[in-house]
Design a protein. Sequence first.
Lengths: 116, 114
Amino acid sequence: EAGVAQSPRYKIIEKRQSVAFWCNPISGHATLYWYQQILGQGPKLLIQFQNNGVVDDSQLPKDRFSAERLKGVDSTLKIQPAKLEDSAVYLCASRQLGQRDTYEQYFGPGTRLTVT
Amino acid sequence: AQSVTQLDSHVSVSEGTPVLLRCNYSSSYSPSLFWYVQHPNKGLQLLLKYTSAATLVKGINGFEAEFKKSETSFHLTKPSAHMSDAAEYFCVVSRNQAGTALIFGKGTTLSVSS
């Protein structure tokens, strides 16, 4: 089966500019996640969707980050305006709906963002 | 609150020798624990998971981990390292009781020399 797709793979922008990332989850996966992975650290959950509803966005910096998942499939993550500290790899993951830990999260290759 | 601590940021082994990557966890309820691996320029891949069944969990590529509640540990081991095992390894705990969201450790870089 096809994996989680993300684009672009790399993006370089200047601070205060805007940027958007796109994610296409594995077909049939109801749950979608966005993570931020800063160099030298583990991924940190930003937001979790179930279908097109937000389940957890407690760690999303809502003053500059936004995300949506229209129609419960693809998702976009936007940063506006970007700061230097937003330089990171943004990972998308998806998971089937099911019992506790029955299904693993499948991760995409990530988008590497550099803010200059 | 849930958290994991990976005790070594970098581990170096020779090919054919045992691997031990250490992880301690903190959880206010019975946790779900995972190990993920990240190879350079590749996506994160699940190695193994513990979800309150057998305390000794076997994963892919010969890796295994043992859940020790008394020591709040979930160390990852492999009897014999292979060059292809060189990667970043993350110990992970579920953020919620449903196990649908994850908290990652800072990672351990495993280097394997010939």
